[in-house]
Design a protein around this ligand. Structure first.
Ligand code: DC
Length: 216
């Protein structure tokens, strides 16, 4: 089990997917589960404050992450892979994820997947709460400027609107919210391998993680 944690836009998804492919492991994007639940909550008319309701919704929803590459995200059988990728849903996922009821609703399922072993999981709290006993815990980071640049390119590549300044503000806000929340804040776990990806390609980041694993 390899867990990758870190702030928004650090490249966790790209790196985790490439690493899983490289090592022949399954890949679990925990953020996609928060996004799927946020989408369902938004459709039900819930807002950022409705943590208890959203938690209940999470308990009775079937959220599945496929094993393909890229993995599909399904909620109650509906493929929402694209719908969960907008900035609005990312924002609501971040807000709702601060509520303990929401985290409880998803953490159990994430732990079950991890318990089967052989997986690279990625997301805020994966190294501290979901898989603190992972074989390797990585805290992947990059400067705010670099993270905003990557996120802007990612949105543009998907044909979604992206104003670089607004993306930067959103990431800074997301960092603050994810770090300040009481339940499972973004922190560097004990024993985590701290990796700054500024100036590195995704492939180089993957190589550093593999080197760390194999003690090269
Ligand atoms: O990694 P992402 O942007 O897809 O995640 C969206 C939000 O979900 C993020 O801002 C915080 C929340 N999240 C979380 O609280 N815990 C996780 N393990 C993954 C995501």
């Amino acid at each position: 089990v390899i867990a990758i944690d870190g702030p928004a836009g650090a490249g966790k998804s790209t790196v985790a997917r490439a690493l899983a492919r490289r090592l022949g492991l399954r890949y679990l994007d925990t953020g996609a589960m928060y996004r799927a639940l946020a989408l369902k909550a938004a459709r039900a008319g819930l807002g950022p404050e409705d943590g208890a309701e959203a938690g209940r919704l999470g308990e009775c929803s079937r959220i599945t992450i496929g094993e393909g590459d890229p993995p599909r995200v399904l909620i109650d059988g509906e493929d929402v892979s694209e719908a969960v990728r907008t900035s609005e849903i990312g924002e609501l996922a971040s807000e709702l994820s601060a509520h303990a009821a929401v985290r409880r609703a998803l953490a159990g399922r994430q732990r079950e997947i991890v318990a089967r072993g052989g997986c690279v999981l990625e997301g805020r709290d994966t190294t501290t709460v979901i898989a603190p006993h992972a074989t390797l815990k990585v805290f992947l980071t990059a400067s705010l400027t670099e993270r905003a640049r990557r996120r802007t390119l990612e949105l543009e590549a998907k044909g979604l609107p992206a104003d670089p300044e607004e993306v930067r503000r959103q990431i800074a806000r997301r960092d603050e919210r994810d770090s300040m929340r009481e339940d499972s804040p973004l922190t560097v776990a004990d024993g985590a391998f701290l990796l700054d990806s500024d100036g590195l390609t995704a492939a180089e980041v993957v190589e550093r993680i593999v080197a760390r694993l194999t003690g090269r």
